[in-house]
Design a protein around this ligand. Sequence first.
Ligand code: NDP
Ligand code: 8X3
Length: 250
Amino acid sequence: MKTALITGATSGIGKSTAIRFAVEGFNLILCGRRSDRLEQLKDELSVETSVHILNFDVRKRDEVFEKIASLPEEFSKIDVLVNNAGNAHGLDPIQNGSMDDWDAMLDINVKGLLYVSKAIIPGMLERQSGHIINIGSTAGKEVYPNGNVYCASKHAVDAINQGMRIDLNGNGIRVGAVNPGLTQTEFSDVRFKGDIDKAEKVYQGFKALQPEDIADIIHFVVTRPYHVNIADLTVMPTAQASSTILDKKA
Ligand code: NDP
Ligand code: 8X3
């Protein structure tokens, strides 16, 4: 039975992936800052599989390493790492951007992903096996107005994904990115700092991707035969053609 560690498992894509993986029989290590949600998800999924929770902020470098080092023996061999934790903070022209928002996006989406990977890759190297899925975005392929730093953070994930694949080549470790377009999660609530009306409008007038759609794809990616590595996969709602072209009929 494989063990998967999912960051950002308290909500959206990470939570749906946890639910899907549980049904498919993966042992799970669920990570996030909101411990109440982690506990609740553990209770729900423990009927399906073994679940361990790790409550940490990916920005806190020491905490990341301490928590991952604290894993009990039965969870210590991580086969699949889903680097999913991340968010957008704000949607402002660069000249009006908040430096706190910039720090949050670069610290979480880029440096947090690096810290978690740095803590887990040595075990994969030792075992000469593993699979890392980096959750990028269409924003990592194309910059859109006011997306500046969020897009930069996801372009960085795109580069890190390629770099990891190159550097880990020959060590039995698969590395690939899944890059979703507009997906209906708590993403826009966070981006607009709890302005629910503004957040809901993002997904009105078309059928957005659902987190379960992305979980389905992540499950597909990790269940290919060993010689198949899905290196870079971009998925959008049918209504979306690019970061800026969206068919809103309503
Ligand atoms: P959600 O807001 O629903 O989920 C974000 C998750 O990230 C939460 O579980 C949250 O957990 C976790 N997280 C955020 N900050 C931290 C932190 N500092 N430390 C640890 N965990 C953190 O959004 P999504 O599910 O949509 O986002 C998941 C990923 O998908 C992100 O990387 C996002 O950029 C990407 N993505 C999303 C798209 C979308 O349209 N929704 C499209 C393309 C990519 P907690 O707050 O409990 O710590
Ligand atoms: C999330 C998709 O278009 O809101 O990465 O940036 S978008």
